[in-house]
Design a protein around this ligand. Structure first.
Ligand code: HEM
Length: 366
């Protein structure tokens, strides 16, 4: 059993866990208790985190489909089970014999089955340890000083350290974003990654309007792209971002070490990291796709020999392509190539079914 609360203060969380544990004794033994820090919005490398999220379309104002423009609005069924997803279908979920579970609602797509999934979701948890001194010492040595190190780190993330989008991307009035908020941008004017590197973390994790890559304005061209009759291999690989969105609810553990202090040789490791939490209707189509096809893949959108500059595992299988590269455009139009060590290590993780209230009552009732 896992007791998890993403938003409580540490003291309130401890009290809650104690209360839950008291009800479980003596049936369960406590194996491990994870600490977490007060949520201040910043992850341990020092970047503002948790900014870009899909906006769940609870009211159903948008018809799911291949939009001509990138949007943050996402069909409720991408996050919540039992509702139409971006394919306009209901995602697979546990259905039961209604005789066993008469109190559960019938499935909307199969009236002969009771829906144990309705209003539930799937949760991915990963404990991600971050080597903060290694991160800042590497970048400061490569870039030759802290100002340039922060610029390099911002290119690796794809945002400013304070969460600002790279200014030259401009605002784009993205549906679902408040005008001029931190999420109101796309890569329309930067398909080649000359402003925000193609391999930056935010571009790998959500390529945004690569959904309709290199699309001219004409109706016929849009139709051809929509029907899949044009485009190239790179475009195909990063298309259809709306099927691969996740709701993230990360929480930091360990103390914050400011970049300037972390960059000093011999800086003590604060043993910090993220309790990464993602919610989605399909773990394989959403979290695992992002992780496998975009973040961890040594080939992505025309890049090769690289993986996510923050998260990448730098130990490829024997004979496989290296994964430690990071390419970014230099100030004079040149291309800078960097070799990066491994900054993040997965130290624990799990997949969980998060039942809705009726399903929880059913499960608890035996
Ligand atoms: C220690 C590990 C990680 C760190 C330090 C990190 C850091 C960040 C930062 C600073 C941002 C930009 C701010 C924002 O939009 O919230 C971001 C965005 C994002 N990250 Fe991570 N992240 C980590 C792990 C992951 C993992 C494991 C995934 C999924 C496989 C992931 C998926 C995303 C997504 C989807 C976005 C939003 C991209 C967008 O829509 O612009 N991150 N992350």
């Amino acid at each position: 059993m896992t007791v998890c609360a993403a938003y409580a203060t540490p003291a309130a969380l401890d009290a809650h866990v104690d209360a839950v544990l008291a009800t479980l004794t003596p049936g369960f033994t406590l194996r491990k208790r994870e600490a977490c820090a007060v949520q201040n919005g910043y992850e341990p490398f020092g970047f503002l985190d948790g900014i870009s999220q899909p906006v769940v379309d609870w009211a159903g104002v948008r018809e799911p489909g291949h939009d001509a423009l990138y949007t943050h609005l996402l069909a409720a069924g991408e996050v919540l089970l039992g509702y139409p997803n971006e394919y306009r279908c209901l995602t697979d979920r546990p259905l039961l014999d209604p005789v066993q579970a008469p109190q559960l609602p019938r499935a909307r797509d199969d009236a002969a089955r009771a829906d144990l999934g309705r209003n539930g979701s799937y949760l991915v948890y990963r404990r991600l340890a971050q080597d903060v001194p290694l991160f800042w010492q590497t970048l400061s040595a490569r870039a030759g000083g802290m100002t340039a190190a922060i610029e390099l780190a911002e290119a690796m993330v794809g945002r400013g350290i304070d969460g600002q989008p790279i200014p030259a991307l401009g605002t784009r009035a993205i549906p679902g974003a408040e005008p001029y908020d931190l999420n109101d941008f796309s890569f329309t004017g930067d398909m080649g990654g000359n402003i925000c590197p193609v391999g930056a973390h935010i571009r790998r994790a959500n390529p945004r309007n690569a959904d309709l890559p290199s699309v001219p304005d004409g109706l016929l061209d849009k139709l051809l792209v929509t029907l899949g009759l044009t485009g190239n291999a790179r475009d195909d690989a990063i298309s259809s971002t709306r099927f691969h969105r996740i709701l993230r609810r990360g929480r930091r553990f360990g103390a914050m070490l400011p970049p300037v202090e972390a960059a000093r040789p011999g800086a003590a490791d604060p043993q910090a990291g993220l309790h990464f939490i993602a919610l989605q209707a399909s773990i394989s189509r959403q979290f695992e796709f992002i992780q496998g096809a975009w973040v961890a893949s040594a080939k992505f959108a025309g890049l090769s020999g690289e993986s996510d500059p923050l998260l990448g595992n730098r130990c490829p299988f024997p004979g496989a392509m290296p994964t430690d590269g990071f390419t970014r455009p230099g100030p004079d139009g040149s291309i800078e190539k960097h070799q990066l060590p491994q900054f993040v290590t997965v130290t624990a993780g799990g997949y969980f079914f998060l039942p809705g209230l009726r399903a929880l009552a059913f499960i608890a009732g035996g």
